[in-house]
Ligand binder design. Structure first.
Ligand code: HEC
Length: 690
């Protein structure tokens, strides 16, 4: 089937060229750096600067009210969607659930080809630690690059959809996965990975030859065991900032998002993740900065050699990480031209960094922050609040592990000079009172961050969020708009004085970029987690996005995300494109759905078994099914499942993997009594909710 459709696509693309329309352009370093080409969206953040700013202004704050649906594509097999589609020469490429890659005609949505990397089959036991999503793909010199959640980097022919090469980027023994977008430049494709809560992990960034798939360099973000020798001087330097036997715990620092190529300095700038485990008392008991956790790092793009770094959170201990997007911008600060890198990581501070040398230019909180009172500009270090490190075993701090800003894209508009940040106000409780700090060991493929796990549901009103327009030069808020819940999508800004953002309540809104006023809205009938893009085909400008509730918050935060009613598979998934005077009728979505706990006398939970089951549930099932079994929508709500009423059916799903083909992993290493305990635990929650 793939060959037949691929053949048609090739034919159709060659006919377009034959018909004398725009010749196929080569997506190379020059094209990816060219901000003037508004018809295309070639890279993750549109151009290498990751600004997500488009010079197109056909749709603007005067006529945005005339936007309507130009075309849509139903995606009945998809579930979670949060990727950024790419567009070149009238063809849109996008990734759906489980990395299924599709090319469609960008003016009609007609499918040209589809490539399915068969992720569930390849994943093996890795399926139990990963979600079905990816944030994006790369397009480079006739190939589309896909990084699958199970860890392969695959090159696919952009014309035909056929596989050119495939390499494994992960050690099969390690509980890592990939959700980030690969980045292509200078004949290389780079990719990192994620997964620090499930085992002893050492983060790294890999570069592969774009033509052959051969690995060119790897850069570890944290030092390994000194007895094995260090890979480079940067690791030797980093090792000075660690204490105890950190290598036993891996250290962490994964590069799961936020990779930027800076063509002006020929460097790759990326953010690194949290510690593994989160709790520094275990990981590095004598303290220390723990380089290069929670840092912005620049490497020579060609050789992968260390150039500079700026650490946003020395001695990370809150799951803060610096993996959020890094935007390049030319700013004028105090009359001086600055080549800046802009960064708003989880920890709540907005950083302006000089990307020539990594020097901190300014940093101010853009959200509610209590773990630190500010950044000392003499040293560039945070001034930590007393008690924030849960020194006494427990503390509530802002932001939470979800962050004041996560991977939801921010955008920068050179016209308004503002950065548009999807910001979150949400406190986190950190405690290690029940953790045996002295004897703690890294988990193997089970969740354990070295802090007390989240056991209870997270109430619907636990946090709030806003869209913030931030002036990076003055380091001040210019406007902000309230948003529903905590989990709203990334932003797009245009020369039409607009900012587009999809929301947790299913609406796509357009704000005026200069003052924030809402000038348009459209109800897409399902929570939006993907950022919109814009492009043009012929004379027509389109705004397009994937619609499919997704991410770690809907998986992990119970009622805080379940409140919107996007229960597992309850509403249709789509790719939707808007244009001025678009007149296509979008079929109505299903209304918000709230799974009702299934009340039954058939099975009575035993309190002792339920207590044991809770522990197993938290380590193994919570990742996808939510705290206290309240699902935010990325997996079924187990309190409503009839399967839990039957011991055999439940064992069959959990131990034998009868639903594996749909994404429910198999757990053959759990004992029958452990599984039975989980069943008693979930059913006891139903009894409690009556
Ligand atoms: C990596 C994510 C993930 C993890 C971890 C996970 N599940 Fe699931 N689970 C799913 C998904 C996705 C489905 C829906 C599959 C489908 O569409 O049929 C599912 C479905 C189920 C179902 C069927 C519900 C129904 O009514 O159809 C049960 C029961 C279940 N899971 C139990 C568990 C238990 C118990 C654990 C822990 C031992 C667990 N799951 C861990 C993702 C996960």
């Amino acid at each position: 089937m793939r060959t037949a459709s691929a053949f048609l696509a090739a034919l159709c693309l060659s006919l377009i060229s034959c018909a004398g329309e725009a010749p196929q352009r080569v997506v190379d370093d020059t094209a990816l750096a060219d901000v003037s080409q508004g018809d295309v969206w070639l890279g993750f953040g549109r151009t290498y600067d990751e600004q997500r700013y488009s010079p197109l202004a056909q749709v603007n704050d005067g006529n945005v009210g005339d936007l309507g649906v130009a075309w849509y594509m139903d995606l009945p097999e998809d579930r979670s969607l949060y990727g950024t589609p790419l567009v070149a020469d009238g063809v849109m490429y996008f990734e759906g659930s489980y990395n299924v890659l599709r090319a469609v005609d960008a003016s009609s949505g007609e499918l040209l080809w589809e490539y399915d990397p068969q992720v569930i089959e390849h994943a093996g036991d890795r399926l139990r630690i990963m979600w079905d999503v990816s944030r994006g793909i790369a397009l480079y010199k006739g190939k589309v690059y896909v990084a699958t959640v199970d860890g392969r980097l695959i090159a696919v022919d952009a014309r035909t959809g056929t596989e050119v090469w495939s390499v494994m980027t992960l050690d099969p023994e390690l509980p890592l996965f990939v959700t980030g977008a690969p980045k292509a430049f200078r004949g290389l494709v780079v990719i990192g990975n994620g997964g620090t809560e499930l085992g002893a992990i050492r983060g790294y960034l890999d570069a592969y030859d774009a033509e052959t798939g051969e690995r060119v360099w790897r850069w570890y973000t944290v030092p390994g065991n000194p007895a094995d020798g260090f890979e480079n001087e940067a690791m030797a330097m980093a090792a000075e900032t660690w204490t105890g036997e950190w290598w036993k715990y891996g250290g962490g620092g994964t590069v799961w998002h936020g990779i930027t190529y800076d063509p002006e300095f020929d460097q790759v700038i990326f953010g690194t993740g949290n510690g593994s485990p989160w709790n520094q008392k275990i990981r590095s008991p004598g303290g220390g900065d723990n380089l290069f956790l929670c840092s912005v790092v620049a490497l020579d793009a060609r050789t992968g050699e260390y150039r500079w770094h700026y650490q946003t959170v020395p001695g990370e201990t809150w799951d803060y990480n610096s993996n959020m997007d890094i935007v390049l911008a030319d700013l004028t600060i105090d009359g001086r031209a600055v080549k800046a890198a802009l960064h708003a990581p989880k920890n709540g501070f907005f950083y302006v960094i000089d990307r020539r040398d990594g020097r901190l230019i300014s940093a101010e909180p853009f959200a509610r922050v209590t773990w630190a009172t500010g950044i000392d500009m003499e040293t560039g270090r945070p001034i930590e609040a007393e008690g924030a490190r849960y020194e006494d075993g427990e503390e509530v701090v802002w932001p939470s592990a979800v962050g004041a800003h996560s991977w939801h894209a921010m955008s920068y508009n050179p016209g308004t000079g503002l950065v548009y940040i999807p910001a979150i106000d949400f406190a986190g409780g950190f405690s290690d009172r029940t953790v045996d700090l002295g004897s703690w060991q890294s988990p193997r493929w089970r969740f354990d961050a070295g802090v007390d796990p989240l056991i209870t549901d997270v109430p619907a009103d636990a946090g709030s969020s806003t869209l913030k327009a931030w002036d990076p030069v003055g380091q001040r808020l210019v406007w902000e708009a309230p948003k529903p819940g905590i989990w709203n999508a990334g932003t797009l800004t245009t020369a039409g004085n607009l900012v587009f953002q999809g929301q947790a309540d299913g609406r796509l809104l357009a704000h005026r970029a200069d003052d924030g006023q809402v000038v348009w809205g459209f109800d897409l009938g399902l929570g939006i987690s993907a950022p919109p893009i814009t492009y043009a085909v012929g004379e027509r400008q389109y705004i397009a996005l994937l619609v499919g509730w997704a991410g770690s918050a809907p998986a992990l935060l119970g009622s805080a995300t379940a409140q919107h009613g996007w229960a597992y598979k309850a509403q249709p998934r789509r790719l939707v494109a808007f244009a001025l005077n678009g007149e296509v009728e979008l079929p109505a979505s299903s209304p918000p759905a709230f799974p009702e706990p299934l009340v039954s006398d058939e099975f009575v939970a035993d309190p002792a078994l339920a207590r044991a089951g809770e522990e197993t549930y938290v380590r193994v099932c919570w990742l996808c099914h939510g705290p206290a079994a309240v699902s935010g929508g990325t997996a079924p709500d187990l309190r409503a499942s009839p399967i839990l009423l039957s011991r055999t059916a439940f064992l069959n799903v959990v131990l034998n993997g009868s639903l594996r083909g749909n994404g429910m992993p198999r757990f053959p290493d759990l004992s029958e009594s452990e599984v039975e305990g989980i069943r008693h635990y979930v059913r006891s929650l139903v009894a409690d909710s009556e």
